[in-house]
Ligand binder design. Structure first.
Ligand SMILES: [Zn+2]
Length: 60
């Protein structure tokens, strides 16, 4: 019954274009599929993920 809300927690919302997407499990950096902005991410719990900030080395 909680399957949908559990899945939502492991999704990110891009802070640049607000697209929701699901990162690879335990990834530390992800690229938004829409705007291709790269983000550093952290996993405060096994099934929840948060954006820490942009990957500055790839920002032009
Ligand atoms: Zn984006």
């Amino acid at each position: 019954m909680n399957e949908i809300s559990d899945k939502r927690k492991s999704q990110l919302r891009c802070l640049n274009c607000f697209t929701r997407f699901e990162p690879a499990e335990k990834a530390t950096e992800v690229k938004c599929p829409k705007c291709e902005m790269e983000w550093r991410i952290t996993w405060p719990a096994n099934d929840s993920v948060k954006i820490r900030g942009p990957v500055w080395s790839t920002v032009k």
